[in-house]
Design a protein around this ligand. Structure first.
Ligand code: FRU
Length: 536
């Protein structure tokens, strides 16, 4: 069965009600907040973006202009469950510290504002500009709940709205909407628009059931259907959602490729939702996957940007200046499997750490790698650089008093790896722990959060060990681990494999150890203390 987020959350709401009446509240009651944190704010991350109150899902409409990164998001400000979708809004100078803004786009009664994108129309191709200032044009799905309930096929269409104040307030283009009519496909949503410099056209990619449709336009108002992509390639366990499409240089060369990011609700590497990607070429009409990448997809079934459970519906920023040139990404840090039941009250869910995506080529094979944006380094308040550690059995990696693991970046290299399992354990004083590491005899990375505090809000949360398969056993490896109060993001071998996972502890982790049977050799071990307080 194919479930979209809106369908899933309707089910979640029922599940949540059932949980509330069958002991969910007693789980919450076990929580012992630290003295300086109220119960309502207990699981508020230190630096990952969360809305002040209410429900949040997908990141939407991200663009950069006038020194600010804009982030909109699927938002229901009244309750902490999915509901009438607005575009919430936040701005940041560095993607790390965010200032939440008033709601940018409101729904009209039963017509919800679903996911989409925004562009800076620098040439005023749309004609919406006033007084020489570039308009911001938001392109989103208008989802008609009434039609949806009646089972109508044309429930979703693509609309636009424009802003003449730099993206803070928008006017809906009522006379011209929809700019893309529903073609008779029930799930037809999440337009991502970007500028195709080579063809001097706007391109829109829209998820249409289990594939994508491409459209082209000269003015953002009139769109022509170009092509369809993806029916037979990659994962299709549920409808496709939130595509992204961009050209990117292969690192260290002048070669350019096109990358399609494609989220879907079921069928990801560790069951549940995830984002797969495709690398290929675009001729202005058709997207064609590179033959070697196609082989890789067939071998691996699908290639994912993240092998953890908790990175969904992520897309990249538009309008990053050429002088910067980065491809910058943020995702919604939860899985559709339990997004509606995570144990927070005032708000629900957060975004991932923003990441830089790069395309690398090894032999004939392309890979999209991601790493935390460099801006996070501005917030390092203290570094502990340990010397190399070597030993068998359990090794304590640091003196717990020195680093607060509720906001830290830990990196290290492993050398002389054997056919062994290298396990890293984060733990606290009340016996909770999370393990991650490398199984180098069966060739996979893993995260096990089954002992990491509250897990019983969903049976899908920690029932299996989450794995990222590797092609072969490794001789050496590098890890970068970003920790917040409720999340771990593991960047393996400079972001070649990423695992993003959330957790809900009763007390913070205050220890990290390593263990192996045959002995571990750790070098370049660095603990970076971050000091970021979103609310200051
Ligand atoms: C993905 C999604 C999108 C949709 C939005 C609704 O999580 O289902 O496809 O536009 O959420 O909130």
């Amino acid at each position: 069965m194919r479930l979209s987020t809106s369908q899933s959350f309707r089910i979640y709401s029922v599940a949540l009600f059932l949980l509330a009446s069958t002991g969910f509240s007693s789980v919450t009651a076990q929580t012992k907040p630290a003295a300086d944190v109220t119960e309502a704010e207990l699981y508020r991350p230190n630096f990952h973006f969360t809305p002040q109150k209410g429900w949040m899902n997908d990141p939407n409409g991200m663009f950069y202009a006038d020194g600010y990164y804009h982030l909109y998001f699927q938002h229901y400000p009244e309750k902490n469950v999915w509901g009438p979708m607005h575009w919430g809004h936040a701005i940041s100078k560095d993607m790390i510290k965010w200032e939440e803004q008033p709601i940018a786009i409101y729904p009209d009664k039963e017509k919800y504002i679903f996911s989409g994108s925004a562009v800076v129309d620098a040439q005023n191709t749309s004609g919406f500009g006033i007084g020489g200032k570039a308009p911001i044009v938001a392109i989103y799905t208008l989802h008609d709940m009434e039609k949806g309930k009646d089972g109508k096929l044309d429930t979703e269409q693509q609309d636009i709205a424009y802003s003449n104040d730099g993206g803070f307030t928008y006017k809906k283009f009522d006379v011209g909407n929809p700019v893309v009519k529903n073609p008779g496909i029930r799930d037809f949503r999440d337009p991502k628009v970007s500028w195709d410099e080579a063809r001097k056209q706007w391109i829109m990619v829209v998820a249409a059931s289990d594939r994508d449709h491409f459209y082209g336009s000269k003015d953002l108002k009139n769109w022509q259907f170009l092509s369809e992509f993806g029916k037979d390639l990659g994962a299709h366990e549920s409808v496709w959602e939130c595509p992204d499409f961009f050209s990117i240089k292969v690192e260290g060369t002048n070669e350019k490729k096109w990358v399609l990011l494609q989220s879907l609700g079921q069928g990801a590497a560790n069951v549940g939702s995830g984002t797969q990607y495709y690398v290929g070429d675009f001729d202005g009409t058709n997207f064609t996957v590179d033959p070697n990448f196609e082989q890789r997809i067939k071998r691996e079934k699908a290639v994912w940007i993240d092998y953890g459970k908790d990175n969904y519906a992520g897309v990249t920023w538009n309008n990053i200046p050429t002088s910067d040139g980065r491809r910058l990404f943020i995702g919604w840090m939860v899985s559709l499997d339990y997004g509606g039941s995570v144990p927070t009250n005032a708000w629900r869910s957060s975004m991932t750490t923003p990441r830089e995506m790069q395309l690398i080529k090894k032999g004939k094979e392309y890979s999209l790698i991601s790493n935390p944006v460099k801006e996070i380094n501005k917030y390092i308040s203290k570094s502990i650089k340990n010397k190399t550690l070597k030993g068998k059995g359990k090794l304590e990696l640091f003196d717990a008093a020195k680093i607060d693991l509720r906001q830290a970046v830990i990196s290290f290299d492993l050398k002389n790896l054997k056919q062994d399992t290298y396990t890293f354990t984060l733990s606290n004083a009340v016996g909770e722990s999370l393990t991650f590491g490398l199984n180098n005899s069966e060739n996979y990375l893993f995260v096990d959060r089954s002992k990491a505090g509250k897990i019983d809000f969903s049976e899908k949360f920690a029932s299996i060990v989450h794995k990222a398969k590797l092609d072969e056993s490794q001789k050496a490896a590098t890890f970068k681990v970003v920790l917040d109060k409720t999340s771990i993001e593991i960047f393996y071998n400079n972001g070649e494999k990423v695992m993003t996972e959330i957790f809900f502890l009763n007390q913070p982790f205050n220890s990290i150890s390593a263990s192996s049977n045959q002995g571990i050799e750790i070098s370049n071990l660095v603990f970076n203390q971050l000091s970021i307080n979103q609310n200051q």
